[in-house]
Design a protein around this ligand. Structure first.
Ligand code: NDP
Ligand code: 8X3
Length: 257
Protein backbone atom coordinates (compact mmCIF):
# COMPACT_ATOMS: atom_id res chain seq x y z
CA UNK A 1 0.00 0.00 0.00
CA UNK A 2 1.28 3.51 -0.79
CA UNK A 3 -0.03 6.82 0.51
CA UNK A 4 -1.60 7.77 -2.86
CA UNK A 5 -3.84 4.67 -2.88
CA UNK A 6 -7.53 5.59 -2.81
CA UNK A 7 -6.85 9.34 -3.07
CA UNK A 8 -8.88 11.44 -5.55
CA UNK A 9 -6.87 13.38 -8.11
CA UNK A 10 -8.27 16.17 -10.33
CA UNK A 11 -6.18 16.72 -13.48
CA UNK A 12 -6.65 19.47 -16.07
CA UNK A 13 -5.39 18.75 -19.59
CA UNK A 14 -5.51 15.02 -18.87
CA UNK A 15 -5.91 13.84 -22.47
CA UNK A 16 -2.34 14.30 -23.70
CA UNK A 17 1.29 14.73 -22.73
CA UNK A 18 2.12 15.44 -19.09
CA UNK A 19 -1.50 15.35 -17.90
CA UNK A 20 -2.11 11.95 -19.47
CA UNK A 21 1.12 10.56 -18.02
CA UNK A 22 0.06 11.85 -14.58
CA UNK A 23 -3.30 10.10 -14.98
CA UNK A 24 -1.59 6.79 -15.79
CA UNK A 25 0.96 7.18 -12.97
CA UNK A 26 -1.70 7.91 -10.34
CA UNK A 27 -3.88 5.08 -11.65
CA UNK A 28 -0.95 2.72 -11.19
CA UNK A 29 -0.81 3.84 -7.54
CA UNK A 30 -4.49 2.97 -7.11
CA UNK A 31 -5.74 6.57 -6.94
CA UNK A 32 -9.17 7.55 -8.30
CA UNK A 33 -9.27 10.20 -11.01
CA UNK A 34 -11.24 13.19 -12.22
CA UNK A 35 -9.97 13.73 -15.75
CA UNK A 36 -10.68 17.01 -17.53
CA UNK A 37 -9.91 18.53 -20.94
CA UNK A 38 -11.82 19.78 -23.98
CA UNK A 39 -11.69 16.58 -26.10
CA UNK A 40 -14.51 14.33 -24.93
CA UNK A 41 -13.48 11.40 -27.18
CA UNK A 42 -9.97 11.28 -25.74
CA UNK A 43 -11.35 11.58 -22.20
CA UNK A 44 -13.73 8.67 -22.82
CA UNK A 45 -11.05 6.39 -24.26
CA UNK A 46 -8.61 7.22 -21.44
CA UNK A 47 -11.32 6.53 -18.85
CA UNK A 48 -12.10 3.17 -20.42
CA UNK A 49 -8.37 2.24 -20.54
CA UNK A 50 -7.75 3.21 -16.91
CA UNK A 51 -10.77 1.38 -15.53
CA UNK A 52 -9.91 -1.73 -17.55
CA UNK A 53 -6.23 -1.78 -16.57
CA UNK A 54 -6.37 -0.59 -12.97
CA UNK A 55 -9.93 -1.07 -11.72
CA UNK A 56 -9.99 2.44 -10.26
CA UNK A 57 -12.90 4.91 -10.23
CA UNK A 58 -12.73 7.56 -12.98
CA UNK A 59 -14.98 10.57 -13.60
CA UNK A 60 -14.56 12.77 -16.68
CA UNK A 61 -15.52 16.40 -17.18
CA UNK A 62 -15.33 18.19 -20.52
CA UNK A 63 -14.01 21.57 -19.43
CA UNK A 64 -12.39 24.49 -21.18
CA UNK A 65 -10.48 26.04 -18.29
CA UNK A 66 -10.85 29.49 -19.88
CA UNK A 67 -14.58 29.47 -19.09
CA UNK A 68 -14.99 30.38 -15.40
CA UNK A 69 -18.71 29.59 -15.28
CA UNK A 70 -18.17 26.20 -16.89
CA UNK A 71 -15.37 25.40 -14.43
CA UNK A 72 -17.53 26.40 -11.46
CA UNK A 73 -20.64 24.54 -12.66
CA UNK A 74 -18.78 21.35 -13.61
CA UNK A 75 -16.94 21.20 -10.29
CA UNK A 76 -20.26 21.73 -8.46
CA UNK A 77 -21.76 18.90 -10.57
CA UNK A 78 -19.27 16.33 -9.29
CA UNK A 79 -20.91 13.26 -7.74
CA UNK A 80 -20.59 13.14 -3.92
CA UNK A 81 -18.11 10.26 -4.20
CA UNK A 82 -15.70 12.52 -6.15
CA UNK A 83 -16.13 15.71 -4.09
CA UNK A 84 -13.32 15.06 -1.62
CA UNK A 85 -10.43 16.06 -3.86
CA UNK A 86 -7.02 15.25 -2.42
CA UNK A 87 -4.75 16.48 -5.21
CA UNK A 88 -5.28 19.07 -7.96
CA UNK A 89 -2.90 19.05 -10.92
CA UNK A 90 -3.20 22.37 -12.79
CA UNK A 91 -1.61 21.20 -16.02
CA UNK A 92 -3.69 22.48 -18.99
CA UNK A 93 -1.60 24.96 -20.91
CA UNK A 94 0.07 25.89 -24.16
CA UNK A 95 2.27 28.26 -26.11
CA UNK A 96 1.34 29.73 -29.49
CA UNK A 97 4.07 30.85 -31.88
CA UNK A 98 7.70 31.77 -31.36
CA UNK A 99 7.63 35.25 -32.83
CA UNK A 100 8.52 38.66 -31.53
CA UNK A 101 5.87 39.62 -29.02
CA UNK A 102 4.52 42.56 -31.04
CA UNK A 103 3.78 40.21 -33.96
CA UNK A 104 1.49 37.92 -31.94
CA UNK A 105 -2.23 38.19 -32.71
CA UNK A 106 -4.59 39.35 -29.95
CA UNK A 107 -6.39 36.01 -30.27
CA UNK A 108 -3.21 34.04 -29.57
CA UNK A 109 -2.32 36.36 -26.69
CA UNK A 110 -5.75 35.80 -25.14
CA UNK A 111 -5.60 32.03 -25.62
CA UNK A 112 -2.24 31.66 -23.88
CA UNK A 113 -2.95 34.08 -21.03
CA UNK A 114 -6.52 32.86 -20.50
CA UNK A 115 -5.51 29.19 -20.44
CA UNK A 116 -2.21 29.29 -18.57
CA UNK A 117 -3.09 31.96 -16.01
CA UNK A 118 -6.83 32.57 -15.74
CA UNK A 119 -7.71 28.88 -16.26
CA UNK A 120 -5.38 27.90 -13.42
CA UNK A 121 -6.97 30.57 -11.18
CA UNK A 122 -10.55 29.50 -12.00
CA UNK A 123 -9.87 25.81 -11.36
CA UNK A 124 -7.95 26.52 -8.15
CA UNK A 125 -10.70 28.82 -6.85
CA UNK A 126 -13.31 26.13 -7.52
CA UNK A 127 -11.39 23.33 -5.82
CA UNK A 128 -9.45 24.81 -2.90
CA UNK A 129 -12.67 25.56 -0.93
CA UNK A 130 -13.54 21.85 -1.18
CA UNK A 131 -10.07 20.99 0.18
CA UNK A 132 -10.45 23.51 3.01
CA UNK A 133 -13.62 21.74 4.18
CA UNK A 134 -11.36 18.79 5.06
CA UNK A 135 -8.32 20.92 5.88
CA UNK A 136 -6.34 18.64 3.60
CA UNK A 137 -5.10 18.75 0.01
CA UNK A 138 -2.32 19.33 -2.46
CA UNK A 139 -2.13 21.73 -5.43
CA UNK A 140 0.46 21.08 -8.12
CA UNK A 141 0.89 23.82 -10.70
CA UNK A 142 2.76 22.84 -13.85
CA UNK A 143 4.93 25.87 -14.51
CA UNK A 144 8.08 25.84 -16.59
CA UNK A 145 11.70 26.91 -16.52
CA UNK A 146 10.38 29.36 -19.14
CA UNK A 147 8.97 31.24 -16.15
CA UNK A 148 12.45 31.79 -14.68
CA UNK A 149 13.83 33.82 -17.60
CA UNK A 150 12.52 34.90 -20.99
CA UNK A 151 13.87 33.46 -24.24
CA UNK A 152 13.63 34.87 -27.75
CA UNK A 153 10.09 34.64 -29.09
CA UNK A 154 8.76 33.39 -25.77
CA UNK A 155 7.71 36.65 -24.09
CA UNK A 156 4.01 35.81 -23.73
CA UNK A 157 4.48 32.15 -22.78
CA UNK A 158 7.37 32.95 -20.41
CA UNK A 159 5.31 35.70 -18.76
CA UNK A 160 2.44 33.25 -18.29
CA UNK A 161 4.74 30.73 -16.61
CA UNK A 162 6.30 33.45 -14.43
CA UNK A 163 2.73 34.09 -13.31
CA UNK A 164 2.37 30.39 -12.43
CA UNK A 165 5.38 30.78 -10.14
CA UNK A 166 4.12 33.94 -8.45
CA UNK A 167 0.60 32.57 -8.12
CA UNK A 168 1.94 29.36 -6.56
CA UNK A 169 3.90 31.42 -4.03
CA UNK A 170 0.84 33.55 -3.20
CA UNK A 171 -1.43 30.54 -2.84
CA UNK A 172 1.12 28.89 -0.53
CA UNK A 173 1.01 31.99 1.66
CA UNK A 174 -2.81 32.04 1.67
CA UNK A 175 -2.84 28.38 2.73
CA UNK A 176 0.00 28.54 5.24
CA UNK A 177 -2.40 27.99 8.16
CA UNK A 178 -3.95 24.93 6.48
CA UNK A 179 -2.78 21.39 5.71
CA UNK A 180 -2.87 22.12 1.97
CA UNK A 181 0.47 22.05 0.16
CA UNK A 182 1.42 23.87 -3.06
CA UNK A 183 4.19 22.88 -5.47
CA UNK A 184 5.24 24.56 -8.71
CA UNK A 185 6.85 22.00 -11.01
CA UNK A 186 9.02 23.62 -13.69
CA UNK A 187 10.08 21.30 -16.51
CA UNK A 188 12.37 22.20 -19.38
CA UNK A 189 11.93 20.56 -22.79
CA UNK A 190 9.44 17.69 -22.65
CA UNK A 191 8.57 15.87 -25.87
CA UNK A 192 4.76 16.06 -26.14
CA UNK A 193 2.31 17.71 -28.52
CA UNK A 194 3.30 21.05 -26.97
CA UNK A 195 5.45 22.08 -29.96
CA UNK A 196 2.92 20.81 -32.50
CA UNK A 197 0.41 23.15 -30.84
CA UNK A 198 2.93 25.99 -30.56
CA UNK A 199 3.77 25.75 -34.28
CA UNK A 200 0.13 25.22 -35.27
CA UNK A 201 0.64 21.80 -36.81
CA UNK A 202 4.02 22.47 -38.51
CA UNK A 203 5.60 19.10 -37.72
CA UNK A 204 9.03 19.99 -39.06
CA UNK A 205 9.34 22.90 -36.65
CA UNK A 206 7.84 20.85 -33.85
CA UNK A 207 10.25 17.95 -34.35
CA UNK A 208 13.24 20.29 -34.60
CA UNK A 209 12.52 21.47 -31.07
CA UNK A 210 13.60 18.09 -29.75
CA UNK A 211 16.28 17.31 -32.36
CA UNK A 212 19.70 16.27 -31.03
CA UNK A 213 18.69 16.26 -27.39
CA UNK A 214 17.38 13.53 -25.19
CA UNK A 215 14.28 15.48 -24.14
CA UNK A 216 12.33 14.75 -20.97
CA UNK A 217 9.34 12.49 -21.47
CA UNK A 218 5.92 13.24 -20.01
CA UNK A 219 6.41 10.14 -17.83
CA UNK A 220 9.57 11.74 -16.37
CA UNK A 221 7.49 14.71 -15.24
CA UNK A 222 4.71 12.47 -13.94
CA UNK A 223 7.24 10.54 -11.84
CA UNK A 224 8.31 13.80 -10.19
CA UNK A 225 4.67 14.80 -9.59
CA UNK A 226 4.07 11.41 -7.97
CA UNK A 227 7.22 11.79 -5.86
CA UNK A 228 6.27 15.25 -4.56
CA UNK A 229 2.65 14.42 -3.79
CA UNK A 230 3.54 11.08 -2.20
CA UNK A 231 5.84 12.62 0.42
CA UNK A 232 4.80 12.68 4.09
CA UNK A 233 2.37 15.49 4.89
CA UNK A 234 4.89 17.59 6.82
CA UNK A 235 7.03 18.02 3.67
CA UNK A 236 6.14 20.68 1.10
CA UNK A 237 8.38 20.98 -1.95
CA UNK A 238 7.78 24.57 -2.99
CA UNK A 239 9.36 24.33 -6.46
CA UNK A 240 11.01 21.68 -8.56
CA UNK A 241 12.92 22.59 -11.74
CA UNK A 242 13.89 19.71 -14.02
CA UNK A 243 15.61 19.73 -17.41
CA UNK A 244 17.04 17.19 -19.83
CA UNK A 245 20.71 16.56 -19.13
CA UNK A 246 21.87 18.82 -21.98
CA UNK A 247 19.55 21.75 -21.24
CA UNK A 248 21.00 24.19 -18.72
CA UNK A 249 18.14 26.71 -18.75
CA UNK A 250 15.42 28.02 -21.07
CA UNK A 251 18.04 29.50 -23.41
CA UNK A 252 20.92 27.05 -23.26
CA UNK A 253 20.69 23.68 -24.98
CA UNK A 254 23.47 21.49 -26.35
CA UNK A 255 22.38 19.48 -29.38
CA UNK A 256 24.23 16.47 -30.85
CA UNK A 257 24.21 16.53 -34.66
P1 NDP B 1 0.13 18.84 -24.68
O1 NDP B 1 -0.21 19.75 -25.80
O2 NDP B 1 0.64 17.48 -24.96
O3 NDP B 1 -1.14 18.71 -23.69
C1 NDP B 1 -1.87 19.85 -23.31
C2 NDP B 1 -3.14 19.41 -22.59
O4 NDP B 1 -3.86 20.59 -22.18
C3 NDP B 1 -4.07 18.61 -23.46
O5 NDP B 1 -4.62 17.56 -22.71
C4 NDP B 1 -5.17 19.60 -23.85
O6 NDP B 1 -6.38 18.88 -24.00
C5 NDP B 1 -5.21 20.50 -22.60
N1 NDP B 1 -5.74 21.84 -22.83
C6 NDP B 1 -5.24 22.80 -23.66
N2 NDP B 1 -6.01 23.90 -23.63
C7 NDP B 1 -7.03 23.63 -22.76
C8 NDP B 1 -8.15 24.37 -22.31
N3 NDP B 1 -8.40 25.61 -22.74
N4 NDP B 1 -8.97 23.79 -21.42
C9 NDP B 1 -8.74 22.55 -20.97
N5 NDP B 1 -7.69 21.80 -21.35
C10 NDP B 1 -6.85 22.33 -22.24
O7 NDP B 1 1.19 19.67 -23.80
P2 NDP B 1 2.08 19.29 -22.52
O8 NDP B 1 1.64 18.03 -21.89
O9 NDP B 1 3.50 19.44 -22.90
O10 NDP B 1 1.73 20.53 -21.58
C11 NDP B 1 1.11 20.42 -20.32
C12 NDP B 1 1.60 21.56 -19.44
O11 NDP B 1 3.00 21.45 -19.26
C13 NDP B 1 1.36 22.97 -20.02
O12 NDP B 1 0.94 23.81 -18.97
C14 NDP B 1 2.73 23.37 -20.52
O13 NDP B 1 2.89 24.77 -20.53
C15 NDP B 1 3.61 22.71 -19.49
N6 NDP B 1 4.98 22.49 -19.87
C16 NDP B 1 5.29 21.80 -21.02
C17 NDP B 1 6.62 21.61 -21.38
C18 NDP B 1 7.00 20.93 -22.65
O14 NDP B 1 8.17 21.11 -23.08
N7 NDP B 1 6.15 20.13 -23.26
C19 NDP B 1 7.70 22.10 -20.51
C20 NDP B 1 7.26 22.81 -19.34
C21 NDP B 1 5.94 22.97 -19.03
P3 NDP B 1 -7.57 19.28 -24.99
O15 NDP B 1 -6.93 19.79 -26.25
O16 NDP B 1 -8.34 18.03 -25.12
O17 NDP B 1 -8.33 20.34 -24.26
C1 8X3 C 1 7.97 24.50 -22.24
C2 8X3 C 1 9.45 24.38 -22.36
O1 8X3 C 1 11.53 25.51 -23.24
O2 8X3 C 1 9.71 25.14 -24.80
O3 8X3 C 1 7.64 25.15 -21.06
O4 8X3 C 1 9.54 26.85 -23.11
S1 8X3 C 1 10.08 25.54 -23.43
Amino acid sequence: MNNLYGKTIFITGATKGIGRSCALAYAEKGANLILTARSSDLLDSLKEELIRKYGIRVHTLVIDVRNSKDVEDKVKSLPESFKKIDILINNAGLALGLDKVYLASPTDIDTVIDTNIKGMLYVTSAIVPLMLKNNSGYVVNIGSIAGDAAYAGGAIYCASKAAVKTFSDGLRIDLVDSNIRVTNIKPGLVETEFSKVRFKGDLEKANNTYKGIDALTPDDVANVVIYATGLPENIQLTEIAMTPNHQADGRTVHREN
